[in-house]
Structure formats: C-alpha cells, structure tokens
Design a protein around this ligand. Structure first.
Ligand code: FEO
Length: 396
C-alpha cells in the first residue's frame, strides 16, 4: 500500500528486504528505494526504483491514481537504484515532461539512450503543479554530479535523494524526533554517511549553509533510502557534525594476521586503549566487513592499523581496506601502523605512506616486531596504546 506523508503526497517506493550487497557495501539491514507521488493538477512522480521493483511501485501508485495519469517525472538522481525502473515507467506512463538537473540529463541520456522530454532545472528553478509548488536545489556530488533535491514549498517537505538516507528495510516508513533510533537505524544512518558521503563533508556543510541562507525550513525530510523524518532537526544536526569530522574518544584497532603475531600486538594495543578508558574496538579485516569498519571509523579519533609483511608487502586485506579508505578522504584522525615481520618488514612503512597520502596525523613512526612478540614487546604495545589514547583522544 502507498503511505501518505501529507495530504496528496504519497510514498510509493519499494522495500528490498534481501539485498546484502550494494556495489560492495554490505547492506545487512536491506534497503528501500523511495519514490514519491504528488497528486495535484499535474500528477508528479519523484524518482523511481531499482530495476526489478517496478511492479511494486506501480501497484502502490495504482492505489492512488492510474499510473497513466502521471504528467511529470522528477529525477533527482541518475544512479540506477533510483533510475533502474525509469525507462519502463516512462514507456508505461508517457509523461509530458521529465525534470532533472543539466548533468542529470547527461547521465540519463548516457544510461538509457532515449529521447525523453527532458526539462533541465537548476538551483532556484520552480515548478507549479497546481496547488503545490516545487523548488529545485542542485546538490552535485551528493552523491553523483547530477544529484539534486526537490523542495515542496507548501509543506516544507524536502525530497533529499541520497542525503539523509540509510540502507534499512522496514515495515515502518517514518521516524520522529529520536536521535537514538530504534532497531539500529542510527547505526545504518552513520554507516551510509560514512560509506557514501564521507568524502563530500565540505559539500554537505555548504549545502546546510545554503539552505539556511535561502531561509528554507523543513517539517519533513523524505530521502530515497530508509525512513522519512517527521521532525528532522536532529538528522540535520548530526549531518553537520559528521561533515565537520567531529570525533569522540574512540579508537579502532584494525588488523590482519598470518600466524597470530600481529594479532597479539593488536590485542595488546586494545588493552592499552581500554586502560586509558576510551571506547575501543578490535576489527579483524577478514571478520568485519570494510563498510562496517568505515562506519565505526566515522566518529573515531584514533586508528591503529596492523599488518604482517608478506612477500615484501602489506597483507592483501589491509591493501584493500586502505584503498577503500583513501577514496573516502577521512579527516581529523590520528593514526599509527604496527605489525610483525620475519625478515624484511616493509608493511609498516607501506601503511605509513598511505597514511601520509591520506594526510592523516601520524602519531608514531610505527611499531613492529620480528616474528613473535615477547612479553616485554607486548607490554610496550599496551603502554603505547594507552599513551596514544591519552595524548590524541580529546576527553580520554
Ligand atoms: Fe541511492 Fe547514489 O544512489
């Protein structure tokens, strides 16, 4: 069934309960592809759903109006979780106009090679549907260059595309004024931000400043994934904090190991962090998915990265993780490398190079031991962990 957000505005999207991988991001809570139907003189559909979910979306639309009554389609974002069903929707509905950003037109044309009745809109462009008036806001790189948001002025309702979304399948559609959300939603919100929007922190801040300058206020925010915010102030505030890279006294020990020597060091560092009474977590790179480590890393101020040396190199799982992390451009974190080696010991130096490339604050030249750490070396690692926590985590 469709769900009414405000009179004559409906959620008509789809729930993907079983998806567990979204282009490499582990989606253990599933996802939703939110599409919205506005019933006015011009019946308007905002976004569509992923390919394969068209029948679910059309069934919901049909509960409100026959799909053929749709006059306008607004495409806020080209990525295929929102446009996968667009070609079939347009073939069925034959809309009078398809509204998108200039780069949306480029992206949709390259994806679908169709001559659709595009109308390009820019920040500040307005569209009257009858009683409702829409205002468009280009939001490039949140999450693709084409991304934009659509604001329903009369209801102060923002259709925010990927921003403020979470991969979260649920029978619920709404969330209220709860910074601590039920059912792990806040974790999924943070995981989504960290894995999708972390590199765009500056743009998120600029967007929040821009909407403040335009005097826009929001009674409701309806993203393209997850739940709809009925009292969205808390999610705006949390986005501002994440975009600024605000951290808390939290440290992660992230490692892999061949014959447990690097693991012994990892656990010694963890004990040191716990001695310093900071929030500390241990993540084995082949046990915790990298998208979850990145989620935990969003608010962490200190990272200890451990790898053995293998064939004069870092362990493959650490290489994969560092490649992924570098693309996310993390900021305002202290970091240190450690590891065990047998005869050459390049891993720590190679991790250091990556930390340097990421412009993270290297707080130690690196801690390495040959073969198996002895009790004295484990004690040194423990003391160093406690010392780093005290020196580099604000309230430790
Ligand atoms: Fe949910 Fe960038 O697509």
């Amino acid at each position: 069934m469709p769900v009414e957000l405000v009179p004559n505005v409906y959620w008509v999207g789809a729930i993907d309960w079983t998806i567990r991988d979204m282009h490499g991001y582990q989606t253990e809570a599933g996802s939703t592809y939110n599409a919205y139907l506005l019933v006015d003189d011009k019946v308007t559909l905002i976004d569509t759903v992923k390919k394969g979910f068209l029948p679910e979306m059309l069934a919901r639309i049909s509960e409100v109006v026959p799909p053929e009554r749709i006059d306008y389609i607004v495409s806020n974002h080209t990525e295929m979780d929102h446009s996968g069903a667009l070609a079939e929707t347009i073939a069925r509905v034959k809309p009078e106009k398809v509204f998108c950003s200039p780069l949306g037109k480029v992206g949709l044309s390259r994806h679908f090679k169709q001559d659709w009745p595009f109308v390009e809109v820019k920040t500040g462009s307005e569209l009257s549907l009858g009683r409702f008036n829409l205002l468009f806001l280009e939001t490039p790189m949140l999450h693709w260059p084409d991304s934009m948001m659509t604001y329903l002025k009369e209801e102060q309702l923002l259709f925010s595309s990927d921003a403020f979304g979470a991969h979260f399948a649920s029978s619920e559609r709404f969330i209220g004024d709860q910074p601590r959300c039920p059912m792990g939603y806040e974790y999924q919100l943070m995981k989504y931000y960290a894995n999708i929007l972390m590199p765009m922190g500056t743009l998120v801040t600029q967007l929040l400043d821009k909407v403040a300058k335009l005097g826009l206020t929001f009674k409701m925010i309806a993203p393209d994934h997850g739940l709809i915010y009925r009292q969205p102030d808390w999610v705006l505030e949390i986005y501002r904090k994440w975009a600024a890279g605000v951290t808390k006294p939290k440290a992660l020990v992230i490692y892999d190991s061949m014959w447990n020597s690097t693991e012994l060091l990892a656990k010694a560092f963890l004990e040191g962090l716990m001695d310093a009474k900071v929030e500390a977590q241990l993540h084995h790179l082949r046990r915790t998915h990298y998208s979850d480590i990145v989620a935990e890393l969003q608010e962490a101020g200190l990272l200890l990265l451990g790898s053995p040396t293998i064939n004069n190199n870092i362990f493959p799982s650490m290489g994969e993780f560092l490649t992924y992390l570098k693309g996310l451009k993390p900021k305002k974190k202290a970091a240190m490398a450690f590891g065990s080696y047998g005869w050459s010991g390049q891993a720590v130096g190679l991790i250091n190079k990556e930390l340097e490339a990421m412009q993270l604050q290297q707080v130690h030249e690196g801690f390495q031991v040959r073969y198996i750490p002895d009790p004295g070396e484990l004690e040194q690692a423990r003391s160093l962990g406690a010392q780093l926590a005290r020196e580099h985590l604000a309230a430790a």
